[in-house]
Design a protein around this ligand. Structure first.
Ligand code: GLC
Length: 760
């Protein structure tokens, strides 16, 4: 539907009954190119009523009211309640090339999301810029960082909505920071007004809609959920092998070792340093035999050097970004003077993807995309630099924020095909909306401090709200040196972080799990080991993210958006990890901390102490015991300890059920962890339902054709009334006590039956 008013033309289209797109232009509509959106519009509105001054467009779930002069668009729910809309008299406005949407701000309105942003969970009263920026050791309030996700969720009057502003140029979001609460706004330096309005009854529902629009992650390789060790840089090959051996001899589980820039010859992408890594395949084979996977760094800058194949091929085929006159842009990064691949051209993406054979041939399985803001010394690529943009042409002003996304895409697509059906793993620093389709994201060059550890939790949680589930910081901190206590605490939080990688800047002290003395080594080993035991639970949470977009680390704002306690400074970092863990990140200096427990009941993990919800409590938080709680009524799945994901656990799956008055449904998921066969139904999925009033736990009929690796189940019942037996599919099973805990019982049974009903 196109509406022409005195000052603009607006197109309103329907992507789902609760997803409406608004495009506004001053002149003519241009070709529609989005690097973020993968969904297409569906039919039109179910009804259109045209009055003299306004137009009413309806879908099954929304009513869009458009006033023509001046133009104004408002979104109402079916009950006629205003959800969000243009601020009267302002609406969409242009100033030079800049376009702004001014919108009604409700008195109690809060805002969450916007991806990798510092600042508090509730973004009301703040303003933010999206311009992907290489910002080493960023400050706690600094903005912008490396990632742009112009998507946020608004919350007011028990109403939830989301807005995705699909404009890749520099954008500014002002959530009532400088407007005396009259309106909130978002603007872009160039391009058109182009936003999607998303409506749902819950925050999770809005995230589901947003990831319907911008895509979801595929299941990552199972090994990428394991512990990952990184440093700038481990070299030569003998050091890398020693590192791997040390993990194994100390029995500290780990799956991945990273090679930072020193593995390359003169920092030239797709090369190996001839002295440091003379036989990469041999080294990687040895690592594989110890159960390690290798991830190597790649930066986009291609060194200008005669004879270097990537440079020669790029020049031959005209693959680099250039100035209007046709000269290639030159910027300096690690290798010195470089040209930069133009990832907005299909041929360049394919060429880049294929070039990874230099890494996949010797056996590299993960690809770390760095410096892809793109970062150049001096920070600024001149505005005049041009890109192909799928044939339409564009300057760095609109490509900058999607450059990292397109590099990650090229890397993902290329390596996926090179790995012949095996899952690839991509990690990126810069990103834009939609990155979840291709890559995990880490939060860049952070700092070893308690404040940064807390900020990291918030960044990860905010990215989760914004569709990016596979994220994590440099655990331990990149810049600076952590105290032993900080390192220990950060490792315990890392175990409950979707992406768990320890990384350290060049020249700083060692930061391996054993670098801080025996006591901390013991703690780090305990936390990492627990992570490995929890993998069946964590993998199920990843499955959920790949299916619905619901993140793995979930800010409490997802489930409790209208509970004001969760926004308080002291509680805003708390999050759910998967469905049933509540993590209260305490600093390394606190022996006690204050925790807010949302409604329901919560068991302290380890002590089994049950707390009533909807209250704040002061709990012990020693370094060995991060405050972690399990939802009363929740289910956790646990396996035996393994040293890496390439080792098979014992064939018993522990299913821990924590008693509560309210039941739950936990979707348990397994697949081969290595291929994309699960897309064809080769997976094993059951819903584990706990029904307290019915006195029943059910393992639903198995979906999918993959045989579970677990032949038997040990059901561990926490906080249940004591009894000597339970019944499993009508047969009596005797219970035992579990770990000598008075309130915990254990009962074992076969996992092979299609459906399993347990009566207690
Ligand atoms: C950048 C990255 C960092 C990496 C370093 C050297 O600073 O963010 O993770 O170690 O470059 O490649």
């Amino acid at each position: 539907m196109i509406i022409t008013s005195t000052n603009a033309r607006v197109a309103i289209s329907v992507y789902a009954p609760d997803i409406i797109r608004v495009r506004g232009v001053k002149g003519d509509f241009k070709k529609d190119i989005s690097y973020a959106v993968v969904a297409d519009p569906i039919g039109g509105f179910s009804s259109i009523r045209e009055g003299s001054s306004e137009l009413v467009l309806s879908t099954e779930s929304l009513k869009v009211v458009v006033t023509k002069n001046p133009l104004g668009i408002q979104f109402f729910n079916k009950e006629g309640k205003l959800i969000d809309g243009d601020e009267k008299g302002l609406g969409i406005g242009w100033q030079g090339s800049e376009v702004t949407s001014y919108r009604t701000l409700f008195p109690e309105e809060r805002f969450i999301g916007l991806g990798e942003k510092t600042g508090p969970l509730d973004r009301r009263g703040m303003s933010f810029v999206n311009w992907n920026t290489d910002h080493p050791a960023y400050g706690e309030q600094d903005d912008p960082l490396y990632v742009s996700v112009p998507f946020f969720i608004g919350l007011h009057d028990l109403t939830v909505y989301g807005i995705f502003f699909d404009n890749s140029s520099r954008t500014v979001f002002d959530f009532g920071a400088s407007t005396d609460s009259r309106f909130y706004s978002f603007s872009a330096a160039d391009g058109n007004m182009n936003y999607y309005f998303l409506s749902s009854s819950s925050v999770a529902g809005v995230i589901e809609k947003y990831t319907y629009l911008t895509g979801r992650m595929k299941m990552p390789p199972y090994w990428s959920l394991g512990y990952q060790q990184c440093r700038w840089s481990y070299y030569p090959d003998t050091e890398v092998l020693n590192l791997a051996r040390t993990f194994r001899s100390k029995k500290i589980p780990a799956d991945v070792i990273y090679l930072d820039i020193h593995y390359m010859d003169g920092y030239k992408i797709f090369t190996w340093h001839p002295e440091r890594f003379p036989r990469p395949k041999e080294m990687i084979d040895s690592l594989k035999s110890m159960g390690f996977h290798v991830v190597t760094i790649v930066d986009p800058g291609i060194k200008i050097e005669k004879g270097y194949f990537a440079y020669e091929e790029g020049i031959r085929d005209d693959y680099f970004a250039k100035y209007p006159g046709g000269d290639y842009y030159v910027g300096s990064v690690w290798p010195g003077r470089c040209h930069f691949p133009d990832f907005t051209k299909k041929e360049v993406r394919e060429w880049w993807g294929k070039s990874f054979s230099a890494l996949t041939r010797p056996g590299v399985e993960g690809f770390w995309n760095d410096m892809n803001e793109p970062a150049v010394w001096g920070q600024k690529v001149p505005d005049a630099v041009r890109f192909y943009k799928e044939g339409e042409g564009g300057t760095i002003r609109e490509i900058h924020n999607v450059y990292g996304l397109q590099m990650a895409r090229s890397t993902f697509e290329g390596t996926k095909s090179l790995l012949n059906g095996k899952r690839t793993f991509v990690l990126t620093r810069a990103a834009f909306s939609g990155i979840q389709r291709y890559s995990a994201v880490w939060t860049g060059d952070n700092f070893s401090s308690d404040e940064h550890m807390m900020l990291a939790v918030r960044l990860v949680n905010s990215m989760g709200i914004s569709g990016i589930a596979f994220t994590g910081p440099d655990v331990g901190g990149f810049a600076g040196d952590p105290s032993a206590g900080l390192f220990a605490r950060w490792m315990s939080i890392g175990a409950y972080t979707p992406f768990f990688r320890n990384h350290k800047e060049y020249g700083m002290k060692r930061q391996e799990p054993w670098s801080f003395g025996e006591e901390v080594e013991g703690l780090a080993k305990k936390f990492i080991s627990w992570r490995y035991q929890l993998l069946p639970y964590i993998y199920s949470a990843f499955h959920e993210a790949s299916r619905t977009g619901l993140p793995v680390a979930r800010s409490l704002a997802i489930d409790y958006p209208f509970n004001e306690n969760i926004y308080r400074e002291e509680f805003q970092n708390e999050y759910l990890f998967g469905d049933n863990f509540l993590i209260a990140p305490a600093s390394s200096k606190e022996k006690y901390c204050k925790v807010y427990l949302p409604q329901g009941g919560w068991y302290r993990l380890g002590s089994e102490q049950l707390y009533a919800g909807d209250q704040s409590v002061i709990v012990e938080s020693p370094l060995e015991d991060l405050p972690v709680f399990v939802r009363a009524g929740g289910v956790i799945t646990v396996q035996s300890l393994i040293q890496s994901t390439s080792v098979k656990p014992s064939d018993t799956l522990q299913i821990h059920v924590y008693y509560g008055n309210r039941g739950s449904n936990f979707v348990y998921y397994e697949d081969d962890g290595q291929t994309y066969e699960y897309e064809k139904g080769v997976f094993h999925r059951r819903t584990i339902s706990f029904d307290p009033p019915g006195g029943e736990i059910t393992l639903s009929k198995v979906e999918g054709s993959y045989a579970s690796k677990f032949k038997t189940v040990d059901m561990i019942l926490h906080g249940f009334e004591k009894r000597n037996q339970i019944s499993v599919n009508g047969k009596t099973v005797i219970t035992k006590s579990y770990n000598n805990l008075p309130n915990v019982m254990q009962a074992g049974f076969d996992n092979s039956e299609a459906e399993i009903k347990i009566k207690f």
